[in-house]
Design a protein around this ligand. Structure first.
Ligand code: ADP
Ligand code: ZN
Ligand code: ZN
Length: 792
């Protein structure tokens, strides 16, 4: 059970004077005195009798891992997002610092034969031992009940810095010359070594591996030199550099366009005057927003301040990182999920020790422990990936604003298609509104054509491709220009259906149809991972007429190969990018011109900046309009605008074709004209009429369990309590089952609360969070989500 409050422990004699707020300690907890990891959040001295208070077992850190700011963030975050405080403390640290626990079984009674066998004659047994499986565990737990063995929990701290050997030169040039004079004339290897060493100033550090590889010295040579007193061999902390293969090059600042200079000047002023203002930088695709970020960061660095740049995980490509490395070199630290936990820890250490001042990363990089922030930038601020899907359900943009105030520094939200919330705040003057209306070098935005698929199917060679699309692709292929094709997969996938009886094959655990995977000839559930072979006949009526419907990237790839046998095609989707580094490799191949067509899902829409791409095709614009979410139009508009922005970024003109069954939908028509402003006004009107954000705040409560009636009973009970605790004007939707009601054999029901101002409700929800602990033991889960970004 998560106990959402601090506990008091005694400081043992041997730790007195050594502990500080923000350090991790190991403490005995609960009736069994299980050892667990805790954080020191405060001290108090007491004259009262403290005999009954437990003692801290041991300390895990020599220095605090959470500073005062982090402790304050955790306080605020736990209240704001209805989360347990321990989760908020943990989310700010590299995952390697979450202690691992291991059970240790020790035999305490007399040995009998059965036990001897279990323990293989030893006196204790670790939970991680190969011999320990679930049946052994049961036997062990039985023995514990009989008082024959005891169980301890050992806390393992995996956060260890990696060390490497380096040599340190000890003598001056003159002293090395003297040594050269005193060695045997035929000791040529030693002579060579001394001649090498004398080139370095006293105290220089050289990696042993460098001495071996570059100068051909052996370990024996080095050992010998150390024994002679020429050098010291020491161990230093080694950082695992994930981008080591990307040799950095230096890049000069661009001379800013007029629009850019105006924006940069305003932001520089904010930095210099310690203004905690939020600015919305609304700039069309290719307008040079990144160049603005780079120059603004430069200003912060010149003032001795640090910077955080958040980018969506998927845009955090080597191409992107390179631009920051090229400007700021080793001052840049990169944090993203592609790193191993060891690599993440190393980057975190570099930030902590103030060796890196510019942090570029995905969502959780917002917690980077930089001490003197000068600016915080959130690129593609409309992206829903800034919101975490699990507790703590925080939005990195809220944390950015919090830290902006704490450090008195500006926060920049950048996007070509801002979220309605941000754009509305800019309208009201809550944020400063900065704009870049033109592409760099006055390059035109690409011309966008819309194809009405209801008509086009009549002449199209195959249903997925209109004739116009086929002709345009061929034209670009002939000109040796590159092509990006988007298959909009949101709320859409390929499924199996029987043409005889209409039966659709669904996941046995979830209320959703299974997705066809042609490469493995299987059907998979994208919610729970269930997998089965593609059947040859209908499981319901045994008809052989069972076919797949809908369009997947694999099917399109096959069709493309048929239409353009000469073209080199790359496919980018969840399947081809699962392996670490695969995403980057595909992009590099395309960037190097080793492919003609890049076919992909949503993940190709963002951030790509390839000068030879002159054509973008959207195969199915509509699918994201169909999802049951009030943001469906906004998401569709954003996607189409972003993907169109990939075309014609250099000196060649770009062209875009969008295929749709809804050619008159405003989200599609306005995307055709890159008309964000009119989209904003139109969408605001709808949101106003339907009482949605940004006119109302939203909050979602979800209940799940593996019994549908228990789930329903619980959500109705909560619903009644909520209704008693809201103010007039607050609107409650539901309770309703979620669109996908059953996932992995659990049933999900929800209510959505739309409100303008609430205090009583917030208090009630804090209580609900605490009571959710109790019923969690009955298998019921309650999730409270403030400002959810998913509503289905
Ligand atoms: P955005 O982030 O708004 O899509 P970028 O910052 O990626 O735009 O800029 C698009 C391209 O223009 C990049 O290749 C960038 O190097 C280049 N660029 C940006 N600003 C300038 C400038 N002032 N002069 C010349 N080139 C620029
Ligand atoms: Zn059938
Ligand atoms: Zn499933």
């Amino acid at each position: 059970m998560q106990t959402n409050k601090p506990f008091t422990y005694k400081i043992p004699e041997n730790l007195q004077g050594q502990l500080e707020r923000g350090m991790r300690v190991v403490v005995p907890f609960g009736k069994g005195n299980r050892l667990i990891q805790g954080f020191i959040i405060n001290f108090k001295s007491s004259s009262e009798n403290i005999d009954n208070i437990k003692e801290i077992d041991s300390v895990l850190d020599l220095e605090p891992v959470l500073n005062e700011e982090m402790l304050e963030i955790a306080d605020w975050l736990s209240k704001y997002t209805f989360s347990f405080k321990i989760r908020c403390l943990q989310v700010m640290l590299p995952s390697i610092m979450k202690a691992k626990y291991e059970r240790k079984f020790t035999y305490i009674g007399e040995q009998d034969e059965k036990v001897k066998e279990l323990f293989s004659g030893k006196s204790d047994l670790l939970g991680s031992d190969k011999k320990v499986n679930s049946s052994t565990i049961n036997k062990l737990l039985q023995l514990r009940k009989q008082g024959k063995i005891k169980v301890d929990y050992i806390v393992k701290n995996k956060a260890k810095a990696k060390l490497v050997s380096v040599i340190k030169t000890k003598l001056s040039l003159q002293e090395y010359e003297n040594e050269l004079g005193s060695i045997a004339p035929n000791a040529s290897k030693q002579k060579k070594l001394l001649n090498t060493l004398k080139e370095f100033p006293v105290g220089s550090k050289i990696r042993q591996s460098e001495l071996r590889e570059k100068y051909n010295f052996t370990n024996a040579d080095i050992k010998n030199a150390s024994e002679k007193g020429w050098i010291d061999v020491i161990k230093v902390e080694k950082y695992r550099d994930p981008f080591a293969n990307y040799k950095s090059y230096y890049e000069k600042k661009h001379k800013l366009t007029q629009e850019q200079s105006k924006v940069v000047k305003k932001l520089d002023d904010d930095i210099e005057n310690d203004k905690a203002r939020v600015s919305l930088l609304q700039g069309v695709t290719g307008s040079g927003k990144t160049e603005v970020y780079l120059q603004v960061i430069d200003t912060a660095l010149n003032q001795g301040k640090a910077a955080i740049v958040l980018v969506p995980e998927i845009s955090l490509t080597p191409q992107m990182v390179k631009r920051f490395r090229a400007r700021f070199g080793t001052k840049v630290a990169v944090l993203h999920s592609g790193l191993s936990i060891g690599e993440k820890y190393d980057e975190w250490r570099r930030i902590e020790r103030e060796e890196a001042q510019v942090v570029v990363g995905a969502r959780s990089a917002i917690f980077a422990p930089l001490k003197n922030l000068g600016v915080i930038i959130v690129d593609e601020e409309h992206e829903s990936s800034y919101k975490q899907d699990e507790m703590p359900r925080y939005n990195a943009k809220d944390v950015a604003k919090w830290r902006g105030i704490y450090h008195s520094c500006p926060v920049i939200f950048g996007s070509a298609t801002p979220s309605l919330e941000s754009r509305a705040r800019a309208q009201k003057g809550v944020y400063d509104w900065l704009r870049l209306t033109k592409r760099v070098n006055n390059q035109k935005l690409p011309k966008v054509q819309i194809i009405d698929m209801r008509e086009a199917v009549k002449t199209s060679p195959i249903p997925d491709f209109s004739l116009k699309m086929v002709n345009s692709i061929q034209e670009k292929l002939d000109k040796k220009e590159q092509i990006v094709l988007l298959l909009n997969r949101r709320g859409y996938s390929t499924f199996m259906m029987c043409r005889e009886c209409g039966y659709v094959i669904k996941c046995p655990n979830c209320d959703i149809s299974l997705t066809v995977h042609l490469d493995s000839r299987s059907l998979k559930c994208h919610y729970c991972g269930y997998e089965t072979r593609i059947p040859y006949e209908c499981p319901s009526c045994s008809s052989k007429k069972i076919r797949y419907y809908g369009t997947g990237t694999q099917k399109i790839e096959k069709e493309l190969k048929g239409l353009f046998p000469q073209a080199r095609i790359l496919r980018m989707d969840v399947d081809t990018t699962r392996k670490k580094g695969a995403h980057e490799k595909l992009l590099r191949t395309f960037g190097d011109g080793k492919a003609d067509i890049l076919l992909g899902t949503q993940m190709i829409a963002k951030g790509l900046d390839f000068p030879n791409v002159t054509f973008v095709g959207v195969l199915n614009a509509d699918t994201s309009l169909g999802i049951s979410d009030f943001r469906a139009s906004e998401r569709t508009f954003q996607l189409l605008t972003q993907v169109s922005g990939r075309a014609g970024r250099a000196d060649k003109d770009g062209e875009v074709i969008i295929q749709t069954f809804n050619p008159d939908h405003y989200a599609i028509k306005l995307a055709q004209n890159h008309d964000y402003e009119n989209f904003f006004y139109k969408e605001m009107e709808l949101r106003h009429n339907l009482n949605y954000p940004p006119y109302y705040y939203t909050l979602k409560i979800t209940v799940s369990s593996n019994s549908e009636s228990l789930t329903a009973r619980t959500i109705f009970k909560i619903n009644n309590e909520v209704r008693m605790n809201v103010s007039k004007g607050t609107i409650i939707l539901g309770p309703t089952p979620q669109t996908v009601t059953k996932i992995n054999n659990r049933y999900y029901y929800q209510i959505v609360i739309k409100y303008k101002k609430e205090t009583k409700l917030i208090n009630y929800l804090q209580d609900l969070l605490l009571s959710s602990q109790r019923i969690e033991r009955e298998g019921i889960q309650i999730v409270i989500d403030r400002e959810p970004l998913k509503f289905n």
